[in-house]
Write a protein that binds this ligand. Sequence first.
Ligand code: 2AM
Ligand code: CA
Length: 264
Amino acid sequence: MADVNQYYKDALNIVLEAGKILKLGFNSPKEITTKTNIQDFVTQYDKLVEKTIIEAILKLYPNHKFIAEESAAQNTLTTEPTWILDPIDGTTNFIQGFPFCCISLALAIDKDLKIGIVYNPVLDQLFTGQKGKGAFLNSKQIHVNDTEVIFSAMIGFDLICFANNEPALQILLKKCELFIRNCRGIRSLGSAALQLCYLAMGAVDICVFKHLKCWDVAAGNLIIQEAGGIILDLEGRPYNNIMDADIIATCTRKLADELLKITK
Ligand code: 2AM
Ligand code: CA
């Protein structure tokens, strides 16, 4: 049986190849359809990137499992090697020509994250992490900031357009006000995977996500942990269910405690 290091090398080659499809699609006309609601989009490139990656991994590892946004999302997590894939995170950006979109691929074994790869071929940013081996941007090691004071913290936050969900919209607006009053600034990249990697490299200090799916955050979560950051659930408990995408990520535990104080 191949080891995790070999899985990592193979996955990296496969993601770099698939990144060429994303980059080509970014500059080409797209067939756009909607999924769960009128602001939840998919294109032929989301499907093609996903198919390409799954087929390439299965060719090498026919027994591996997948939880992937466009095809195998219903699969449950088992102890078997399971790849968690978002073929294009930031699909709305991808459609708009806003260059924050990426492939997000993670590997879980025994329900534990071992590999995270987040690749934005448009901006040439490749974030990688392997459990216990650190986090890297384009092969250079990255670390989170040491910010401990909420007023000095930049917060990465998802401004999802909740088309017909008034209660969710009200909560989002309240959170925005809270963060504007208490933090250094808010940034919303439109890609959870990239936002988490920006925390890992020290560009933001906090990320808060709700209503997302495991494939949006799995790879980024491992990369943050490997960059020295903290991942908690929304109640402040340690994150230990990788199917759960409602998370708080911070660069320090003290900052997480400050955030929890103002959000409670
Ligand atoms: P996606 O591009 O894979 O859909 C920020 O916008 C994050 O929220 C992205 O990771 C994006 O993932 C997800 N997202 C955007 N619009 C969404 C919607 N309407 N419903 C659920 N998730 C959404
Ligand atoms: Ca997606």
